[in-house]
Design a protein around this ligand. Structure first.
Ligand code: GLU
Length: 491
């Protein structure tokens, strides 16, 4: 397939305004998939022209989380590339000449209206329920001096597009086919602070960076006619557009960082989702399952199957249960050593463990990982399940619900377990199991279902634990006996 498609250049262009949004990963996934499918490039551009909303640490978070998610870019602010710089705030000189040209050609004009005047204009438009809203072109055709005579003047002008009456509101979308958008206002393209707005910068940069396919969220459909005007006025060839459906909560509302923690990309890392699961999940939000028989598909399988015409147009529902299921699937498909490595990374990343953890802890965790792999849903659940292994005997707390379920014969069971295990030659799970079975089930005649409960409660402090005999083996003879003795003494 690849040889029939010319190498495409795509980009994701997040604004560093806070914690990266999960939508940035979703967009990146589809951009990257098509770049890989065609043997082209995927570019990361930082759109930081909105200085009021700019957050200094956000850019670094974008780099870290996208890389963690397995969405690497071929060109970008931190890796460079032939079209550097990839940060819009470092490209201000680039935009100026285009603004001058649009003004000279009569496609753009200065506007000196103050914020107060614009607010008043909008209020009047609303009150009069006028059909046409938007800028009333008070400044259009006036010199600075002429305009200064009128009220609501500011010294520092902005530059606006002169959107013609016959603006073309239709375009062809790769995902949606023919699309029509509402008529745009005379959009500001250069702000009073000398920064371009998104609309100008995005067109100039997509052109200069050789972007062939603009893939972004559907919230930008209404902006596309403005962008197309700029492409035509500046005589830039038009890229193809694909507008992805917005991610939605289960109640169909738009996902925002205010209403859903999962809107923050960093949340997935904190919770302990595997990047493979997240990518598979994001793929399913925008695309039908790659295989008929299963929703599980790797990134490479997704790339191989990829076609724009198959992308969903209906707002996909963000179903965390599906993600949890996928995460469990991917966790079980890792080798235990790989899973242990991911758990350790997660503990370091979330600060539960130090950056340089004790090698003995890492070794113990690696040995214990096979005990929890089958039932693990999220990486963050791993250490709590194994906490008894990382707790000193004296600090082990027996949970109330665990103690409450001990039966009257618990003391007798623990005595028998102590006697049997104390004399055991080899401390491996098979020998431990055989010994306990013979002492408790055969010796005391207690049903297997009840026989081991007191030992479990003694060594783990919990009602539910990883497989008991393997847990005892990892804990070691001394600690195991100490703990059984300690519980016995409290009965
Ligand atoms: N900076 C825009 C954003 O934050 C990019 C939109 C686009 O891809 O054109 O979503």
């Amino acid at each position: 397939m690849t040889d029939q498609l010319s190498p495409a250049r795509l980009r994701v262009a997040p604004s560093p305004t806070g914690d990266p949004h999960v939508g940035t990963a979703y967009m990146s996934l589809f951009n990257l998939a098509y770049a890989r499918k065609t043997g082209g490039q995927f570019v990361l551009r930082i759109e930081d022209t909105d200085r009021a909303r700019y957050r200094a640490d956000s850019e670094q978070q974008i780099f870290e989380t996208l890389r963690w998610a397995g969405l690497p870019w071929d060109e970008g602010p931190d890796v460079g590339g032939p079209y550097a710089p990839y940060r819009q705030s470092e490209r201000l000189d680039t935009y100026r000449p285009y603004v001058e040209r649009l003004i000279a050609d009569g496609h753009a004009y200065y506007c000196w209206c103050s914020a107060d005047r614009l607010a008043q204009m909008r209020a009047e438009q609303q009150a009069s329920k006028q059909a046409t809203t938007g800028y009333d072109r008070l400044c259009y055709g006036k010199t600075r001096e002429e305009r200064a005579e009128l009220p609501g003047f500011t010294d520092e002008p902005v530059v606006r597009m002169l959107v013609p009456d016959d603006v073309d509101l239709h375009f062809d979308d790769l995902v949606r086919g023919p699309v029509s958008a509402p008529r745009p206002d005379d959009q500001v393209i250069l702000k009073a602070d000398g920064f371009p707005t998104y609309h100008l910068a995005v067109v100039v940069d997509d052109h200069l960076m050789g972007i062939t396919h603009v893939v972004r969220g559907e919230e930008w459909i209404s902006s596309t006619p403005k962008h197309l005007l700029l492409y035509r006025w500046l005589e830039f060839p038009e890229p193809r557009f694909a507008h992805m459906p917005l991610l939605r909560n289960t109640d169909k509302s738009k996902i925002s960082k205010r209403n859903n923690p999962a809107a923050r990309l960093t949340w997935f890392r904190e919770e302990g989702y595997l990047p493979e699961a997240l990518l598979n999940f994001l793929q399913l939000l925008g695309y039908p399952p790659v295989h008929e028989e299963t929703e599980v598909a790797t990134f490479d399988e997704f790339v191989a199957s990829f076609e724009w015409s198959r992308v969903n147009t209906v707002g996909p529902v963000f179903d965390i249960d599906k993600l949890n299921w996928l995460n469990g699937h991917y966790i079980r498909s890792l080798t235990p050593d790989d899973l242990a490595r991911r758990i350790v990374e997660h503990l370091q990343q979330t600060g539960v463990w130090p950056a340089e953890p004790d090698p003995a802890d890492v070794e113990l965790l690696t040995a214990a990982t096979p005990l929890i792999q089958e039932r693990l849903g999220l990486l963050k659940e791993a250490l709590p399940k194994l906490q008894f292994l990382f707790t000193a005997d004296a600090d082990l707390v027996v949970a109330d619900d665990a103690r409450a379920q001990l039966r009257d014969d618990a003391g007798q069971v623990l005595d028998a377990a102590l006697a049997a295990l104390g004399g055991l030659d080899s401390w491996d799970h098979a020998s431990i199991e055989a010994t306990l079975r013979s002492a408790l089930v055969d010796g005391l005649g207690i049903k297997a279902k009840f026989a081991f409960g007191p030992v479990r409660v003694a060594v783990t402090g919990q009602r539910v634990s990883p497989p008991l005999f393997e847990s005892l083996e990892l804990l070691g003879r001394e600690s195991s006996l100490n703990r059984i003795r300690a519980l016995r003494e409290t009965l």
